[in-house]
Design a protein around this ligand. Sequence first.
Ligand code: BMA
Length: 387
Amino acid sequence: MFRMRFEAFRTSRGRIQLLLSVALTGLLVSCSAQDTETMTPRERLLARLRRIERLNGCVFGHHDDPVYGHDWNGCGISDVKTVTGDFPGLMSWDIGLIEYGSLRNLDDVPFDRIRREAIAQHDRGGLNTFSWHLRNPVTGGDSWDVEGHAVRACLTEGTALSDTLRRWIASAADFLGGLRDASGRRIPVIFRPWHEHTGDWFWWGESSTSPEDYKALWHLTRSIFDESGVDNVVWAYSPDAIASADEYVERYPGDRYVDILGSDIYHFDGEEGVADFLRQACSQLDAVTALAARKRKPVALTETGSEGIPMKNWFTEVLLPLCERYPLVYVCVWRNAHDLPAHYYTPYPDHPAAPDFCRFYESPRIWFAREVQTKCPDPDEPNPAYD
Ligand code: BMA
């Protein structure tokens, strides 16, 4: 580098700039190489999401993708892979019932299978995200049981309920922190706890919980994860459809606790609902992307979809324009339930929307697993095999 500086000194101004920039690039490259080694899995995934964003990728996600589909359960491949030839770039999972020590989650998927599939997705270079539909600790009901002012009750320290909630959160930390690859290294994952809290259907939702208690719930969750030494979780905040930017931030736990600014926005009523969906999505994403630019955080459509896909061109005519208009780092559609015939969000083979879904897959803006792995591999996995 000394020789380079000396040479630059003797040459023209343009050459000096060129050589200085070569030297600086060398320095930056060596810094980032060093950083990658000392970065936590969380930091690595955040850096990777940043790179995906810079490369203009929008990763496509699907909930429970390889574990069941529209008309199969357990043994199959993936409705997405059968239709497009590739797995989604992001797989979404739910750890509801981990808090009960159950072997299967609330949709009857074995936790052991979730663990294996999440690791397989990581090994093929893809991403994973987790939500948590946990039971109501006060009533014993499910997440949709809003009785009992459960958040308030569980935040009162020194009570049995507070111990229960802490134990439950520790069980989530154990599961997510326990996701390790074949070499024993933690795999980085996105976690979006306490989601859709701006709606009133979950016990942590806005009609049952004050903004202060909601924030305290996040802070408690994060402190329990941190105390357990979990360093592989990227945190996503995911309110439902909101009426204003103020509503988005009213319960925001704080920049220290949130890495991704998400939104769960669904399209209802097929063709007739297009205008409403786009109006809602655009006004919300306008607000959230402006906020994210100020906070320097990535933005995602953490849940979306049109149940049963009544519009055969929904993927290219409704979802794709949104992905092209906003800097979304990922979009995730919900599950193809095997036991609820109308409850599915991606086409299956021979579905009328399958050809359009293949066109969506072909869009350079949308990344499925192979593109995530080839265009932006995990820096910690020098040669991940794509399966
Ligand atoms: C909901 C539905 C339910 C499911 C829950 C958790 O949106 O799909 O059937 O139990 O998510 O996955």
